[in-house]
Design a protein around this ligand. Sequence first.
Ligand code: SAH
Length: 485
Amino acid sequence: MARRRRMTAILVLSALGIKTAQRIKASLPDATIFGLNGRVEGADVGFSNFGQTIRERYQGGDAIIALCAAGITIRSLAPVLDNKSAEPPVLAVADDGSAVVPLLGGTTGVNVLARQIAQILDVSPAITTSGELRFGTCLLNPPAEYRLKNPEDAKTFIADLLAGKTVRVEGEAPWLRDARLPLDDNGELLIRVTTSDATPQAGELIFQPRAEATINAAASKDVRFAGHKRGRLAVIGLGPGDPDFMIPAVRKELLRAEDILGYESYVRMAGPFRSDQTVHMTDNREEMQRARHAFELAATGRSVTMISSGDPGVFAMAAAVVEALHDSDDPAWHDVELEILPGVSAALAAAGRSGAPLGHDFCILSLSDNLKPWDIIEKRIALAAEADFAMAFYNPISKPRPWQLPRAIDILRQHRSPETPIVLGRDIGRPGESLRVIPLAELTPEQVDMRTVIIVGSSLTRSFDRADGGKWVYTPRWYGTKPEG
Ligand code: SAH
């Protein structure tokens, strides 16, 4: 398990820049200075390719202070710019420290960071954003002693402010004094600073003072363990990859998360994350151990999100998480607010692309015999084939499991005609997606890898040419003979 806190990366290209970088670092001790090899001495880490380095930092969600021209920074990041709401702060700072220009990350605090650095360098920050980001920054980035309880509502709240609604403030929110918010005692919108565990209403943002939150927590019904806020564990499914296939509840959860756990590739799919979110990339194959780690974190009062691709309950983490809870008699674990949020599973995503091959009864099988004996897999394929289910095969083949898929195909051929439509969906919803429809007679293991889901038709599944050259596949909802009409 590699644990990595989001960091602030200062990228330096010149000898003059390193001086400025060191001045900044003196006040931001957590920052890491990256220096161009051969040009810069005294950096914490060397690099030889600026573009690659800055893109990696950006995609990893690190705040970036680039000591070079804004143009170089923008051009280098252009290929990877996408998700405005989640991108980390990026600033360009002149080599000699004479200018501080916030470039990206308006919703994740770039202007706050720009002001801070400008103060260190004793210059004025070149803040170019008006209302929206000014409100956004002060609302989404309160000082460290406060925490916004419902960041998922901030976007609508800010949009309402921009649309002209006024706001009243209950409680002490000193950092908002300079924000030039449209304050009004009868304001339609409400900003509440409170230590109680209130539930946000529509048009309301709640800020909780952190230190006192802990003391008051014990009395609140949402918190049952002295001194702890109630932790949360959400097991979420990202869907196949395309962000449009992610349910909004999952998107909200990603904003709410304090700790994010998952395989690196899934974490990348879900990111980038803010600098206040901690990502725990895991390469631990032991699911129960990962599940327990998630509970341990959540039981300390943190909001933990565990990421799966597709649906978390389909050959993914949800089952291990629920099992870990069942196995535990730790009351702190049972008090964690546990939620499992579904996603579009690979079979459904591939089915949609090809028509409706799963339009009647179907079953989903994993061909992996890592966690179950091969005998039972063969038996299930044979019985499902005999019962005339359409089927989807996950984990169809891998290097250590070369002979299993050929066996599965043999069994299918004993029960299904050679014309039975087969859908091979690979990397659905991801770059390089491919979809093929072939008859069972032509199915060979070489066409399949771990990133493929195989859909096998029932005896009634049929296919026909589509106008774009591909094929439609469907399994009718009727069985036996086609009804009249
Ligand atoms: N929880 C995931 C499945 C994890 S098992 C889900 O619900 O989709 C991993 C297997 O899922 C892979 O071996 C492959 O068979 C399938 N799979 C996952 N994502 C896929 C995608 N985008 N395209 C095709 N198959 C995929």
